[in-house]
Design a protein around this ligand. Structure first.
Ligand code: PBG
Length: 324
């Protein structure tokens, strides 16, 4: 045999020399769940490495992550049912606990990057990402609400605004609103190809944000479609997105790959709650070795073409790599 691919695999050094994909902590984003109050640190049963944390615990957690070298965070609010209404008023109300917490985090730990979530669902009494009228999720009436939310978040100190709502035209509307309010340096990470997926369950448990009626299929994408993801990406890039995201990640590696091939805009991938929960549950049963299966999973997302990976495992990944 003249060609023996195994020769290049014979030692850690030869494997190291030819390794094609390198994942580092710089590529990772750690999502965190913020709840109003003090000294709250509640484990989320369906995603038991994640916690609902009050601001004191969030600050502590960010500090710990920062010492490990993680500097990017996505923060999601858990809003009391009594504060929810049809138009998500609380999302842009001044003194909203989420916005106040962001100001505090930014003033105490300035050299980190905070990414927001723009969608109505955490604040909506209907539990949908858009404005609901007669059971229908209306696109255009949702846009001004999202803009107000985005401007309030930029004002609070978010570095990157993350529209996750899948309304048409939201990136352009938000870009204009940010620019008009003097936030031309605030970036937009658009949830470009966000699929109507069964893998968001634990997240909706965490936020208590599941739709009260119906599903999200008239705005989130059909898992069967790939060309539609390219169209969404084209629109988002034209409308001024700084990052285009695919979500979920593992079942959509082909979409990540296509977006990376077709566009120059950096690609983010969201390794969502249900995808993490699957690994945790299998590991808990002793069916998988989490310390091996988890890094393999994140690496595969990177190899598919993601520049940025949002994962609940970000901190654990860095801890594992530190110990090597
Ligand atoms: C809100 C939002 C969701 C997620 C991120 N932002 C839930 C949804 O669209 O129903 C899911 C993230 C995860 O499952 O980890 N629009």
């Amino acid at each position: 045999m003249l060609r023996r691919p195994r020769r290049n695999r014979k030692s850690a050094s030869t494997r190291g020399m030819i390794r094609e994909t390198i994942l580092t902590k710089d590529h990772l984003v750690q999502p965190l769940f913020l709840i109003d109050g003090d000294n709250i640190n509640q484990q989320i049963p369906s995603l038991n490495i994640a916690y609902r944390k009050s601001i004191d615990h969030i600050l502590e957690e960010i500090q710990v992550c920062k010492e490990l070298g993680i500097t990017n965070f996505m923060i999601f609010p858990i809003v009391d049912e009594a504060l929810k209404d049809k138009t998500a008023t609380y999302s842009w109300t001044e003194n909203n606990f989420y916005l106040k917490a962001i100001q505090k985090i930014k003033s105490q730990i300035p050299d980190i990057c905070l990414i927001s979530d723009v969608a109505m669902d955490p604040y909506s009494s209907d539990g949908h990402d858009g404005f609901v009228d007669n059971g229908e999720i209306l696109n255009d009436p949702t846009l001004p609400i999202l803009s107000k939310m985005a401007v309030a978040q930029a004002q609070a100190g978010f570095d990157i605004i993350g529209p996750s709502d899948m309304m048409d035209g939201r990136v352009e509307t938000i870009r204009h609103a940010l620019d008009q309010n003097g936030f031309e340096n605030t970036s937009i990470m658009s949830y470009t190809a966000k699929y109507a997926s069964a893998f968001y369950g634990p997240f909706r448990d965490a936020l208590d944000s599941a739709p009260k009626a119906g599903d999200k299929k008239t705005y989130q994408m059909d898992p069967a479609n790939k060309r539609e993801a390219l169209m969404e990406a084209e629109l988002d890039v034209q409308e001024g997105a700084d990052f285009i995201m695919v979500k979920p990640a593992i079942n959509y590696l082909d979409i990540i790959h296509s977006l990376k091939e077709e566009f120059e805009t950096p690609v983010a991938a969201y390794h969502v709650s249900g995808e993490c929960a699957m690994l945790l549950a299998a590991a808990e049963k002793g069916w998988l070795d989490l310390n091996a299966a988890m890094p393999e999973t994140l690496l595969s997302i990177k190899r598919a073409g993601a520049d940025v990976i949002i994962s609940y495992f970000a901190k654990m990944w860095v801890e594992l790599n530190h110990n090597k």
